[in-house]
Design a protein around this ligand. Structure first.
Ligand code: NDP
Length: 234
């Protein structure tokens, strides 16, 4: 069944792969992007998830142009890695604001439409580090753990209206976010992953597409790991 889908941070990396996969599955896709150019092949809208005004304006525009988005993928995210003793408040707050509060702003505004439709999918892109923690990523891991409690609260609050809310938890994925790792660190990480390799963005996108599908209608409040075994199911 074709639906209108919205993906945040859809101009590159995992978000772009999700937009392509949802389109290939027959959905009408709105690619939300913060910096240009707009990704080609989709409807598109500017959205900075750190601004409530930007999120609300983008939703107003989408609803006027194409209707109420039914599949919402809160994918936009950033890192500001650093050892905890040297991490300034600003690096902690910036990551929480983009990854956690940003996803909240999107899901809150999206829920208005989903409650009218009495169906829908909230899909949050989390991370395996929410469960395992990661040295140098106190801020990032906290933001991704926060998504779990938030997604489960959405699941309880609006589940009775036919709306599911889940977290996809990737491990290490080949994108700009991981391209900064040097060869030695990549090899160390790969050898710690049971499947022995990084994931492609398309492999994350395929799981998101399943969670967006009618076949996943009875899955909610779940964390779906796509991490090559790094988190052993967590
Ligand atoms: P990239 O760094 O490749 O892309 C990040 C995307 O998020 C970009 O489109 C970026 O837009 C967008 N973005 C960042 N800040 C904002 C903002 N304030 N408002 C709107 N969009 C924003 O990352 P990935 O594709 O690798 O990551 C996507 C998601 O997957 C993130 O949530 C990340 O935490 C998560 N993840 C990634 C993993 C990995 O190994 N790569 C592992 C686990 C989770 P712009 O181009 O304008 O900067």
């Amino acid at each position: 069944m074709a639906s209108l889908a919205l993906v945040t941070g859809a101009n590159r990396g995992i978000g772009l792969a999700i937009a392509h996969a949802l389109k290939a599955a027959g959905h009408d896709v709105v690619a939300a992007y913060r910096t240009g150019p707009a990704p080609e092949g989709f409807h598109s809208v500017l959205m900075d998830v750190t601004s409530t005004h930007s999120v609300d304006e983008a939703f107003n525009f989408i609803e006027t142009q194409w209707g109420i988005p039914e599949i919402i993928v809160a994918n936009a995210g950033i890192t500001r890695d650093g050892l905890v003793m040297r991490m300034p408040d600003s690096d902690f707050e910036t990551v929480i604001d983009a990854n956690l509060t940003g996803a909240f702003r999107v899901a809150r505004r999206a829920s208005l439409g989903l409650l009218k439709l009495k169906r829908g999918r909230l899909i949050f892109v989390g991370s395996v580090v929410a469960a395992t923690g990661a040295a140098g990523q106190v801020n990032y891991a906290a933001s991704k753990s926060g998504l779990v409690g938030m997604a489960r609260s959405f699941a309880r609050e609006i589940g009775s209206r036919g709306i599911t809310s889940n977290v996809i938890a990737p491990g290490f994925v080949e994108t700009d976010m991981t391209s900064k790792l040097d060869e030695k660190r990549r090899n160390e990480i790969s050898s710690s992953i049971p499947l022995g390799r990084f994931c492609s963005a398309a492999e994350i996108a395929d799981v998101v597409t399943f969670i967006a599908s009618p076949e996943a209608a009875y899955i909610t409040g779940a964390i779906i790991p796509v991490d090559g075994g790094l988190g052993m199911g967590h």
